[in-house]
Design a protein around this ligand. Structure first.
Ligand code: NDP
Ligand code: OXD
Length: 309
């Protein structure tokens, strides 16, 4: 029994060390030196090259290094019948909650404008309301959206969330499905996207959606670049439909040097690091699932291939 893994190069050593510490008997194979591929039963991967996973004949589970699994389902040769397990781990959730709270507070308190004023050595009294009078909308109320919504509700923001199915989250008004979308958007002065990227959500952050937000609303996208129509964001900023945007993810990553977002005075860019999987905690989840599979039980956090998340 062997496990093969592929993470970004910078974090590979930390993952290898975590496996070694937590399950020293595990036969770990490196992506570029898989050895006898018939031994490989588990793959722990981030953006594997298309078609490679299909080449492992005895694969029992594919674990995503990240919460998102769009990087796996975009492979037309993804082996059928092999469970895909997404990453759910407390540090990833904690990091995303921090990111969302930080940027919601920045938008809410108009911090970007005050920093611009400082650069211009301009003293201008900007009045900011307090949290209960600010409407925040979270698209996606899964592991990450739910935790972020609860943290914002604890700060007494007026929080709403939108998901496929109705939710009962204390302090958070729940909207769901196509039917609930317009009312949800009307409630979102600060809109946060934490949806998975699927065929249904691709390009969802577009002009049509921005027009349903209160005028001058702001956008935080910490989900996937594929959710956003980037020309529509620029147009909405230009027209005043959107007042500002904080973007952690982009259609093309790294963001190309000549992209208009870089120099835009009302766009804040972060380099897809809203939250990072913690190798120690992640390896713990993977090993627990390996034990479950060995006992003949289904792994936890399995993805529904039809829904794509
Ligand atoms: P989950 O699968 O736990 O939650 C997804 C949520 O989105 C659910 O509430 C689901 O609704 C809702 N949803 C899915 N499709 C639709 C739809 N068509 N209409 C309405 N709601 C929908 O995902 P996570 O919270 O763990 O992660 C969300 C995403 O965040 C990941 O897929 C990933 O792309 C991104 N991410 C980004 C990171 C970064 O650093 N930038 C880090 C980690 C994750 P329901 O509950 O009804 O099923
Ligand atoms: C993830 C990510 O999906 O880092 O976890 O984007």
């Amino acid at each position: 029994m062997a496990l093969i893994f592929r993470t970004d190069a910078a974090r590979a050593a930390a993952w290898g060390a975590a496996f070694q510490r937590q399950m020293p008997e595990l036969d770990i194979r490196m992506w570029d030196a898989p050895g006898n591929i018939a031994d490989i039963e588990f793959a722990v991967v981030w953006k594997p090259e298309r078609g490679v996973l299909r080449g492992f004949p005895n694969l029992k589970a594919i674990f995503s290094v990240g919460a998102g699994v769009d990087h796996l389902f975009s492979d037309p040769e993804l082996p059928e019948g092999v469970p895909v397990v997404r990453m759910v781990e407390p540090e990833l959730t904690r990091g995303m909650t921090e990111y969302v709270v930080l940027h919601v507070l920045r938008h809410h308190r108009r911090q970007r404008e005050m920093e611009a004023n400082q650069r211009a050595e301009k003293w201008e009294m900007i009045e900011v309301p307090t949290a209960p009078s600010r409407k925040v909308g979270i698209m996606g109320l899964g592991e990450l959206g739910r935790a972020a919504a609860l943290a914002l509700a604890a700060l007494e923001f007026d929080v709403a969330g939108w998901s496929r199915t109705p939710k009962d989250i204390p302090g958070v008004e729940s909207f769901h499905g196509d039917f609930g979308m317009d009312a949800f958007l009307a409630h979102s002065e600060i809109l946060v996207c934490l949806l998975p990227l699927t065929t249904e959500t691709e390009g969802i952050l577009n002009t049509g959606l921005f027009e349903k937000l209160p005028r001058g609303a702001s956008l935080i996208n910490a989900a996937r670049g594929g959710h956003q129509v980037e020309e529509d964001i620029l147009a909405a900023l230009e027209s005043g439909r959107l007042s500002e945007a904080t973007l952690d993810v982009f259609r093309e990553e790294p963001l190309p040097a000549d992209h208009s977002f870089w120099g835009h005075p009302r766009v804040t860019i972060t380099p897809h690091n809203a939250s990072l999987t913690d190798p120690d905690s992640a390896v713990r989840q993977v090993i627990e699932n390996i034990h479950r599979i060995r006992r003949g039980e289904p792994p936890t956090n399995i993805v529904d291939p039809k829904a794509g998340y």
